[in-house]
Design a protein around this ligand. Structure first.
Ligand SMILES: [Zn+2]
Length: 398
């Protein structure tokens, strides 16, 4: 003991543990509506301290950035570990402890983003010095996005740049919480902002006006009718894997009108589709837009200033289970998971697959804890994630 105490200290500090990195990441309140640049700068400096260069991919107004890096040799055949840096808000949620401080209680790590998905990012970053020390023969590549929680909009430009700039990876693992189970499929979907413009008259003169609310209700009814028809049909083989075993269409927000006795000038609502792989998300989008166009023409015929506009605000491609996929085989080897699962939530995996990269979802934690007050990651999940990273490094070093 005393000899160790008097021994010269190494010049460089010991690498940070995954847990220490998680503490740092959670302390950046990277809610999607706010900038993530402080977190990105910290990760850049962390990587630079190991001589790893990284590249930012900025959003339009340069308030946010994605970051990617190649760790190890500049060769093809590596593995991309991908996660988003943004988290959902804590507004109005009742937290037992500070959401921006990781707090350990009863074998759980509490804090916003511990589960979704800074836990995975911390594990991936902690793997960097280990990969370098192991002398990996194929690279470990990191991809950290923004704006995942508001429609996966930060990932596509990042992925486009990765395809240009990095040696092509053999597999991508998106570390969304899956309890370290292999997830090889998820639904895709599209979000729509709908604005119905009416024409205001006193409600006693209803036939001469256009109630934006009552016309918007026709589109909402169309959505209900589609769901009823979908649910009445027998699910296909792919759809049958999902809960629920079909595509769903949903209206999540609606607003409009001024008074009980004025035909509403405006009604706005948000619609989303969640489409099973194998069905065309674009087909569903076009069907909805065609219905909106029919209503638009109808309203304009009554009042030229009235009408309907539809804007797509997100598009998440489905993750389709691959036949003999490299990413699936890799995760099976690393986790020993011989089963496979599909999930109904969207992730960035569909975007990776859309550019031809083999991709699956596998990460620590349970999606049930994501987005909740007192979000937590079980320590046992965090440790399973660490074992996954160690196994990955052994594979890349072999
Ligand atoms: Zn997530």
């Amino acid at each position: 003991m005393s000899a160790a105490r008097t021994a010269p200290q190494p010049m460089t500090a010991a690498p940070m543990t995954a847990r220490q990195i998680l503490d740092r990441l959670v302390a950046f309140p990277t809610v999607s509506r706010d900038s993530n640049l402080d977190l990105i700068a910290w990760v850049e400096a962390y990587l630079a301290s190991y001589g790893v260069t990284s590249e930012r991919v900025w959003n339009e107004d340069r308030t946010k950035a994605a970051l990617f890096a190649n760790v190890g040799p500049g060769l093809p055949g590596g593995v991309i570990l991908s996660g988003h840096s943004d988290v959902v808000p804590v507004d109005g949620q009742d937290w037992t402890s500070d959401p921006w401080t990781v707090t350990e209680r009863e074998g759980r790590l509490y804090g916003r983003g511990t589960c979704d998905m800074k836990g995975f990012l911390a594990l991936a970053l902690a793997a960097v010095p280990k990969a370098l020390a192991a002398g990996v023969k194929r690279p470990l590549q990191l991809a950290i996005s923004y704006d995942e929680e508001v429609g996966c909009t930060g990932a596509p430009p990042m992925i486009a740049r990765i395809v240009e700039a990095l040696p092509r990876a053999a597999a991508v693992v998106v570390g969304e919480p899956s309890r370290m189970r292999l997830v090889n499929g998820h639904k895709g979907g599209t979000g729509f902002r709908v604005h119905v413009k009416g024409f205001e008259v006193h409600s006693s003169l209803l036939p001469t006006g256009v109630s934006a609310i009552m016309e918007a209700a026709r589109l909402v009814t169309w959505v209900n009718d589609q769901n009823a028809a979908i649910m009445a049909a027998t699910p296909g083989t792919m759809a049958a894997l999902f809960h629920p075993p079909h595509t769903t269409l949903h209206v999540g927000r609606i607003e409009g009108g001024t008074a009980h006795n004025i035909t509403a000038a405006d009604c706005r609502f948000l619609m989303e589709s969640r489409v099973v792989p194998g069905e065309s998300a674009e087909g569903w989008a076009q069907a909805f837009e065609a219905e909106a166009a029919r209503l638009d023409a109808d309203l304009k015929a009554r009042r030229p200033g009235a009408g309907v506009t539809v804007e797509r605000f997100f598009n998440v491609p489905a993750l389709t289970p691959e036949t003999d996929g490299a990413a699936e085989a890799l995760v099976r080897r690393l986790t020993g998971d011989n089963g496979s699962d599909v999930v109904s939530y969207g992730t960035e995996a569909g975007h990776f697959q859309a550019v031809g990269l083999s991709c699956v979802v596998c990460g620590p934690g349970d999606i049930a804890q994501a987005h909740q007050a007192d979000e937590y990651l079980e320590l046992s999940e965090f440790q399973a994630g660490e074992r996954f990273m160690d196994a990955l490094i052994r594979e890349l070093a072999a």
